[in-house]
Design a protein around this ligand. Structure first.
Ligand code: SF4
Length: 433
């Protein structure tokens, strides 16, 4: 239920009609403490929002109309056209998948009925984690555990500030922990050059130490760190330009700390074989747990990608890149990559869903495309069918799974527009198919 109350905005100015404790769906952190005001001009984030949240909530989405072949039509006509296109297709590709739990459930049901392939737009980054989790296992923590217990944070080659602007504020810089009102200061390490450290500040922060290397050489530093922890030291003076003495000092720090947490965001590790970095970090964490305690914390998960992978797993048994063409779920993370399939001329219709940000536009393709998108979505060419849909948590209620996979949060209808839910559109198509 919407919580209308007297609340305060920036500078502690009281705001009337502010909606408090709003959950934000615009990155995987799903911060749930925002305050938002709604007036005749739409929604305005007045407290606890970052630039991504403001861009997401404050956007004007009025006036978008369903279209078929570039012409405005009513919603029924657009649904009929989308249904006809999917019915004609022998291998529809369901991509984008920027949606909430209800949305991805509806996509899975439609893909099952139409014999399609399901893949999220950010799967390539997520698979840097999945491949390690599937083959080796790992020891991971949650946002709450990291906030309350971590005494050392090691950021591995990832620009956390860019992807998750409130991570340091909400998880690292916090004044109190569950166990103490005056917890000890934390040390924050950055492995990699050029990572934004501007938000790492405040009374809780002790030292900030950088091990500067090129981002695509982070794996070498992590490998040397793992060797040091294992007791098989590296004999070189430097690794990827980082003095071995600094790597050794970090190894000793990890071994003497109560709860070091290694943090990475898979989208930042955009270089070949980056899953090997995740694999080495995961093994390093396991080694540290032989005598002490340590954990990993993978971020990312923007554009509903955590919800998409979770729902795909519980509906089909596999985390995305699933084909229903044979009448049962088939999984192959290389074969059923939609970017690869489009590049190789596989698939004869693209159904694209992007309900959070206008940046998640579909790729350019010659095959007929149905787009269910937030108004203003960046489109490389006019699709055969465009149906504007609401954003869960702004235009309608919903539910989304947080980046650490342990919490699913309700998203509220803030009344920004009357745009339909993507899940309702997909359910109508499935019924008509
Ligand atoms: S950090 Fe992420 S979840 Fe938190 S307010 Fe910003 S965009 Fe929203």
């Amino acid at each position: 239920m919407t919580n209308w109350t007297q609340a305060k905005g920036p500078g502690e100015t009281p705001k009337s009609n502010a909606i408090t404790d709003v959950a934000c769906p615009f990155c995987g952190l799903v911060c749930d403490d925002l305050e938002i005001v709604r007036d005749d001009n739409g929604l305005h984030v007045v407290k606890n929002g970052c630039e991504k949240a403001i861009a997401g909530f404050d956007r004007n989405v009025d006036g978008a109309k369903p279209q078929v072949d570039g012409r405005d039509v009513d919603i029924g006509t657009a649904i009929q056209a989308a249904t006809a296109l999917i019915r004609k297709s022998s291998l529809p590709l369901y991509g984008g998948l920027g949606t909430d739990v209800d949305g991805i459930r509806a996509v899975m049901a439609l893909a099952d009925k139409s014999g399609g392939v399901v893949d999220h737009a950010l799967s390539e980054a997520q698979y840097r984690n999945f491949r390690v989790m599937q083959t080796r296992g790992w020891i991971m923590t949650t946002l709450t555990e990291a906030r309350n217990r971590a005494d050392v944070i090691i950021v591995v080659g990832s620009d956390i500030q860019k992807l998750h602007p409130r991570f340091f504020e909400r998880i690292v810089n916090v004044d109190e922990s569950l166990f103490s009102e005056t917890p000890p200061k934390r040390t924050v390490y950055f492995i990699g050059k050029g990572l934004d450290q501007s938000a790492v500040k405040g009374p809780r922060i002790g030292e900030i130490i950088t091990l500067p290397c090129e981002i695509d050489r982070v794996g070498e530093v992590i490998g040397a760190l793992a060797a040091e922890v294992k007791g098989t030291p590296v004999t070189h003076d430097t690794v990827a330009g980082v003095p071995i003495a600094d790597i050794r000092a970090l190894a000793e720090r990890c071994q003497s700390s109560a709860y070091p947490v290694f943090v990475w965001a898979p989208p930042s590790l955009a270089f070949p074989n980056a899953d090997l970095v995740v694999s080495t970090v995961s093994d390093l964490v396991k080694d540290l747990n032989v005598k002490g305690r340590a954990a990993g914390l993978a971020l990312g998960g923007n554009e509903g990608s955590i919800s998409a992978a979770a729902v795909a797993s519980w509906q089909s048994g596999y985390p995305l890149r699933v084909s229903f063409a044979s009448g049962k779920p088939d999984y192959d993370f290389l074969r059923y990559s939609i970017p690869r399939m489009l590049a190789n001329g596989e698939g004869d219709a693209l159904v694209w869903l992007a309900s959070f940000t206008p940046d998640l536009g579909p790729p350019a393709t010659k095959i007929p495309t149905v787009v269910l998108g937030t108004p203003g979505l960046k489109l490389p060419n006019p699709p055969a069918v465009f149906i504007p849909v609401g954003t869960p948590g702004a235009d309608h209620a919903g539910r989304i799974i947080r980046v650490d996979n342990v919490v699913s949060l309700p998203l509220r209808n803030l009344g920004r527009s009357n745009l339909p839910k993507a899940s309702d559109i997909f359910a109508a198509i499935e019924l008509a198919l």
